[in-house]
Design a protein around this ligand. Structure first.
Ligand code: MIC
Ligand code: SF4
Length: 649
């Protein structure tokens, strides 16, 4: 039987398990990346393992999320990250150098290698043929220590791209179409592989836009083959020596196949408040817009922004709106500056922001109240922009640019006299790695002191799994609750390294009283339980959505379904993820219900159902768990940090 791209990469990295879809396998990790908002916790966790130097081929610590500090906290974090990178043998990408996924693609991505990143958009590097997976920070920390990464061998969805895109239709519309097919839920355990003759027409940055936003479908990762376009990109980045061809066998097997005819595609948008809420631009045309933001790890390559410059050239943005442009990396910014396109953007009225995440994570540029913001990033969850009642539409840079000129969502294929010019990938990118600090030499490393300001706390350690969990439903939430609901980012981001402080904001957008309620129960010696609907914990990889609830005494999450990274994070921090045997039982539970889950150890050992007693209602419900033997061990050990210390010492 032939092999698909994942078969090839996983088999070349396999250290444990059977390479069969659905089986848990352990793989060797070649590269890791972290960003500052998840990174401080990663290196605090790594420090507790007392390993002098990282054991990966290459690891990079980026600062790209929290850069516009209004207090000492971010600066403290930056110093800590710079010193840990030097000490432990990582590359350090300084603030301003760019968004982690973009820089990784430009300067470090290697086709055929495995990359693990403490950020859910790590699959961006699938665009260069890497198997790139977003995980919780602790999974990166243990990979830095040389431990394998465990995942369910993916069920591979093949997306066949046929033909070529029409003018005004770009890579963003391809991934929005994929989201229309797959939606944002129900794809846990799957991965996407792109193939078909349409792949040839997409350069690596366009492919990276597609694999980036694949994260929104909930798949483990997405990948493109490594072919002549990959070689061209690597040559243009001066890194052709890492090229390796990678293609699926003609008789490879797939879990399912989706075909997309590129010439049939029209410009699309993801409407409020989900990246899966897809509509054509022609249907939305005419909607008045208050703000346009172009950037993020999805759509801020040189080609993206040069195309925007071509559209804006000689024109001025609509007076009612504000246009923010944030280049994906310093390489992109420098190239725009040298070519004169930066001047074109500024002349048109764009506000140029630092090469960071900024608007995408609600760290600045929040829209006005009840505002409409058209953006090129990947997530439009309610409130994520920092304005609870704003409506966010996700579109391609080309649509964002014409919208900025007209002040309303505009379909350039049917209205106005617009000229579309796709920008070819440059023969040579501008290479300047002076903002990437290499690891210190081995002799130097010993002497380096880690710098800790008052914002740097301790990584919290969880407790071994109890045999009986007894307490109350602290909060009951609906379907598609994201980690942005559980642990808001934006203006709360600066507390990422300080768990007791950050925990004050658990479920802030849903129920501000939640942390207090948890602490009152904890003080009485009772356990906290969260009840969730479908696809609980969608979105980001932030392990704080497990750490902070754990800190507040949450011991179990009962849900209809839980997304992959979040389910792993819960286990890593000793919270038991449980699922309703019958989804309709969700309706039986209410906030404040008194629950007892007894005999947990025996149920886990013998793989039998767990029984939930609702004592105030005299009812009993069956619950199931989905845990590998290793995950059970992690829970019995009191979380992954305790478990791994035994393994790596
Ligand atoms: C996001 O896009 O939500 C983030 C911020 O990049 C997160 C990581 C984080 O919360 O620090 C992600 O995608 O994993
Ligand atoms: Fe940054 Fe946004 Fe990308 Fe997350 S999705 S890494 S916040 S740009």
């Amino acid at each position: 039987m032939g092999e698909n791209l994942f078969d090839k990469i996983i088999k070349a990295h396999l250290v444990e398990g059977n390479p069969i879809p659905g089986e848990r396998v352990g793989i060797k990790v070649d590269q890791t990346l972290t960003q500052d908002a998840t990174g401080t916790m990663v290196y605090l966790e790594f420090e507790t393992m007392h390993i002098p130097t990282v054991r990966t081929k290459l690891s990079v610590s980026y600062i790209d999320h929290n850069t516009m500090q209004d207090g000492f906290e971010n600066a403290d974090d930056h110093r800590y990250l710079q010193s840990t990178a030097r000490k432990f043998g990582l590359y350090f990408s300084r603030p301003g150098n760019g968004i982690c996924h973009q820089v990784q693609l430009e300067r470090f991505g290697v086709p055929g290698d495995v990359l693990l990143g403490s950020d859910s958009h790590t699959p961006t590097n699938g665009g260069i043929g890497m198997m790139a997976i977003g995980v919780g920070g602790l999974d990166v920390a243990t990979s830095l220590a040389g431990a394998p990464f465990y995942l369910d061998y993916p069920k591979v969805i093949r997306v066949v791209l046929k033909g070529e895109l029409q003018p005004w239709v770009t890579a963003k519309d391809i991934i929005l179409k994929v989201l229309e097919h797959l939606s944002t839920k129900g794809n846990v355990g799957c991965a996407i592989e792109y193939s078909g003759d349409g792949v040839k027409s997409l350069d690596v940055p366009a492919r990276a836009t597609i694999t980036n936003m694949g994260a929104e479908t909930g798949v483990t990762t997405s990948i493109f083959p490594s072919d002549e376009n990959t070689l061209k990109f690597l040559k243009a980045q001066g890194r052709e020596e890492v090229f390796k061809e990678l293609k699926a066998d003609p008789d490879a097997e797939y879990y399912k196949t989706i075909e997309i005819d590129l010439k049939e595609l029209a410009p699309l948008a993801a409407c409020p408040h989900s990246p899966g809420n897809i509509e054509t631009i022609s249907k939305l045309a005419g909607l008045k817009v208050d703000q346009v933001c172009i950037g993020s790890c999805t759509n801020a390559s040189y080609q993206d922004l040069a195309m925007v410059a071509k559209i804006l050239k000689g024109k001025t943005i609509d007076p009612r709106l504000s246009l923010i442009i944030t280049p994906g990396s310093r390489q992109v910014l420098l190239m725009l500056a040298k070519s004169g396109e930066l001047a074109t953007l500024v002349a048109a009225g764009a506000r140029i922001a630092e090469c960071t995440c900024n608007f995408c994570i609600g760290a600045g540029f929040s829209p006005k109240s009840h505002g409409v913001s058209v953006r090129t990033n990947n997530r439009n969850f309610k409130g994520r922009s920092g304005t609870a009642d704003a409506d966010i539409y996700l579109v391609s840079p080309a649509i964002a640019a014409v919208t900025a000129l007209t002040g309303e969502i505009t379909d350039p294929t049917t209205s106005g006299d617009w000229e579309f010019a796709r920008v070819d990938m440059p023969e040579k990118f501008l290479i300047d790695d002076s903002m990437i600090i290499p690891p210190a030499s081995l002799e130097e490393r010993e002497k380096i002191e880690i710098q800790r300001g008052p914002n740097i706390g301790e990584p919290p350690i969880s407790e071994p799994l109890k045999d009986t969990i007894k307490g109350e439903v602290i909060i009951k939430v609906g379907d598609k609750i994201t980690t942005d609901h559980i642990m808001p980012a934006g203006r709360r981001l600066k507390y990422r390294s300080n768990i007791p402080k950050y925990a004050e904001f658990v479920f802030e957008p849903v129920d501000e009283t939640c942390p207090q309620c948890c602490l009152e129960h904890k003080e009485k010696g009772e356990d906290g339980i969260i009840v969730g609907g479908l696809s609980y914990g969608q979105g980001s990889s932030r392990e704080h959505a497990a750490i902070c609830p754990m800190y507040l005494g949450i011991k179990a999450v009962l849900a209809k379904s839980i997304e992959r990274i979040h389910a792993d994070n819960l286990v890593n921090f000793g919270i038991l993820p449980l699922y309703f045997e019958n989804e309709s039982d969700y309706d039986t539970l209410e906030k404040g219900d008194k629950l007892t889950i007894a005999g947990i150890h025996e149920a886990l050992k013998s793989n039998t159902d767990v029984k939930l007693q609702i004592t105030n209602k005299q009812k009993e419900l069956p619950l199931k768990f989905k845990l590998s033997e290793r995950q059970k061990e992690i829970l019995f050990s009191g979380g992954k940090l305790n478990y791994i210390k035994k393994q790596v010492s």
